[in-house]
Unconditional design. Structure first.
Length: 300
């Protein structure tokens, strides 16, 4: 039986929901995969649909993408207790980061507003062993709607990786993430580091763009999508105000982020992953990383 949360159709969408990952109503075109729940919104479109292949296959299939998942996973292992625990991945897309947690024994819920991304998550789930697939639940809803889509359920671990950068204002989503966190829960957020926006342009030899980036919190990413950077201190303050204590933060992707598109990648992967993990955990390297990973915990 498919759970369908009640929705308030008079509610207007959040103003920041004007970029990739928007929901759309497909009443006249039933989705090809089963979903455990859906919060429809006729006013939005699935802007991630044309980007899903490039993001899931090309980015996560590259060494740079594997650096991201490896480093974040190692950070999580230091803070998240052993299974069985309930994990929600808000904006989890195809489950590249979180499905391995289900494989390790965690009960996983992926909440994402994009049907195209959830279709890929469903394919990934179907390729897992039956006992792993049974631990993966897919819900189509925006991050801001996640508490309502989960009917007020709270969980032991709340993940939100690489989502805030697509939102004009991070506060409504941060509200939801903290609301989803049960007493003692870990909250894990990965965001773009606004302090290093000039670095990528410099690596590419685009010096006018590098100079302009010093005073900007915006940048078009490799998918051609406008993104926004956050500050570690500001995001730490936001979760602290909502009852989640900041515990630690790490860098994510330093050395490989400087690789240009035409660079021939022949590097030994094991050593690259080791170097990136070491850089993520110590200054000054972590502060120069493209992304940062903030870990907080709601007191028991």
């Amino acid at each position: 039986m498919i759970e369908r949360p009640r929705t308030d159709e008079s509610r207007s969408p959040h103003p920041q929901e004007q970029g990739p990952g928007l929901r759309r109503d497909r009443a006249a075109q039933p989705p090809p995969v089963r979903r455990d729940a859906r919060v429809p919104d006729p006013a939005t479109d699935d802007a991630w649909a044309p980007l899903a292949k490039r993001f899931v296959d090309d980015h996560y299939g590259s060494l740079r993408g594997r650096v991201r998942t490896h480093v974040i996973n190692e950070h999580l292992r230091s803070h998240v207790g052993p299974p069985p625990r309930r994990v929600v991945d808000v904006g989890g897309g195809a489950g590249n980061q979180s499905v391995p947690l289900a494989r390790a024994g965690y009960d996983l819920t992926i909440v994402d507003p994009s049907a195209a991304m959830l279709e890929r998550a469903a394919v990934r789930r179907s390729n897992e062993a039956d006992e792993v697939a049974a631990r993966v639940r897919l819900i189509e809803a925006s991050g801001e709607d996640a508490p309502r889509a989960l009917s007020g359920e709270t969980l032991d671990t709340v993940l939100c990786h690489g989502v805030l950068m697509y939102l004009e204002d991070p506060k409504p989503l941060v509200d939801s993430l903290c609301e989803l966190a049960a007493p003692g829960a870990v909250v894990s957020i990965v965001a773009k580091n606004v302090e290093v926006m000039a670095l990528r342009h410099a690596h590419e030899g685009d010096w006018p763009a590098a100079i302009a980036a010093f005073d900007s919190d915006r940048q078009v990413n490799g998918l051609g999508v406008d993104t926004r950077g956050d500050r570690i201190d500001h995001l730490s303050e936001l979760i602290a105000r909502r009852g989640v204590e900041p515990l630690a933060w790490y860098g994510v992707r330093l050395f490989t982020d400087g690789w240009t598109r035409n660079r021939d990648v022949t590097d030994p992967e094991e050593l690259v992953l080791q170097a990136e993990l070491m850089a993520s955990q110590r200054d000054p390297y972590r502060r120069l990383s493209r992304l940062f990973h903030l870990i907080g915990r709601r007191p028991s």
